[in-house]
Design a protein around this ligand. Structure first.
Ligand SMILES: C[S@@+](CC[C@H](N)C(=O)[O-])C[C@H]1O[C@@H](n2cnc3c(N)ncnc32)[C@H](O)[C@@H]1O
Length: 276
């Protein structure tokens, strides 16, 4: 595609994303709290991050949403700069900056993750992106190319991102819906429909993510999130089948770091370290 047209298409994409998530921002926290699988997934992400996050570190959060994780980390003593594209999401974070538990440790900025060069005069120990915000961009190097000047020595970056292969989605074959089963494999993206808005989503393999980081970064760990256990979408599976959910979660903990389950999952939790 001609470069000017490409930029135009990206601007349209981000405008639709902003509208969709701004509408969703009003009920986002209530939906999150009501979903036990999502809560469980967040806890698993925190366990992964805590392995690398130093005490009272400074965190740059990308696609921070309403600031659920930003508040979690700021309340635990870290300094968090939370960024998001959506004006509605940023309004929700602004309201949380007043919370006593975060002290003066939470700031926010409305910013697309491909414009991180607009952050001036700050460096971070950690960059964090949770729950698939980065699936809204086709070319991850548009994000990673801006990271280095923002990072302190030995900084870590964790992306929680949806890969092309998820066993739970492939299971749609058995329900006679091959389109749904293989939708993540479309290289040109898949149309997402959220709050009456349409935008493209792109599924990134571990190899693609690693290539976007390049040789200045070392892959530390890739783990599957919901490799065998169900993702949040199929209703309240955890509530309807608590014992089965518990068993599948236990199985997850055995396989999540082992190929192919560290790359075939609903989301991947992938951490890189700045090495040069
Ligand atoms: C599924 S939500 C996840 C929010 C949050 N990380 C969480 O864990 O609750 C995806 C977020 O990505 C944000 N997003 C999408 N495209 C973005 C972009 N280009 N730059 C920054 N944020 C973006 C959306 O506005 C939305 O808040």
């Amino acid at each position: 595609m001609n470069p000017a047209l490409k930029e135009h298409a990206l601007a349209d994409q981000f405008a639709a994303v902003n509208r969709a998530f701004s509408k969703q921002s009003y009920h986002y926290d209530a939906d999150d709290r009501a979903n036990p699988i999502l809560q469980d997934m967040r806890d698993q992400v925190y366990t992964h991050v805590n392995r690398y996050l130093k005490r009272e570190g400074s965190i740059l959060e990308l696609n921070a949403g309403t600031g659920i994780d930003a508040v979690h980390f700021a309340s635990s003593g870290h300094h968090v700069h939370a960024t998001d594209l959506s004006s509605g999401m940023i309004r929700q974070i602004m309201a949380k900056i007043q919370l006593p538990s975060v002290g003066d440790r939470l700031t926010c900025q409305q910013l697309s993750f491909d414009q991180l060069d607009q952050i001036e005069g700050r460096k971070f120990d950690y960059v964090f992106s949770n729950f698939g915000g980065l699936n809204c961009i086709r070319d991850l190097s548009r994000v990673t190319k801006h990271l280095k000047p923002l990072l302190n020595t030995d900084a870590y970056i964790t992306f929680v991102i949806m890969p092309p292969v998820s066993l739970w989605e492939l299971a749609w074959i058995f329900k006679g819906n091959p389109r749904q089963a293989f939708r993540r494999l479309h290289k040109n993206g898949v149309k997402a429909h959220l709050e009456g808005e349409f935008f493209e989503t792109y599924y990134h393999s571990l190899r693609e993510i690693t290539n976007a980081f390049g040789s200045n970064y070392k892959l530390m760990r890739s783990e599957g999130l919901c490799s065998l256990s169900p993702p949040p979408s199929p209703g309240h599976f955890a509530l309807k089948h608590p014992q089965l959910y518990k068993t599948l979660r236990q199985l997850d903990s055995f396989v999540r770091l082992v190929p192919p389950f560290n790359r075939w999952a609903d989301h991947l939790i992938v951490t890189f370290k700045l090495v040069s």
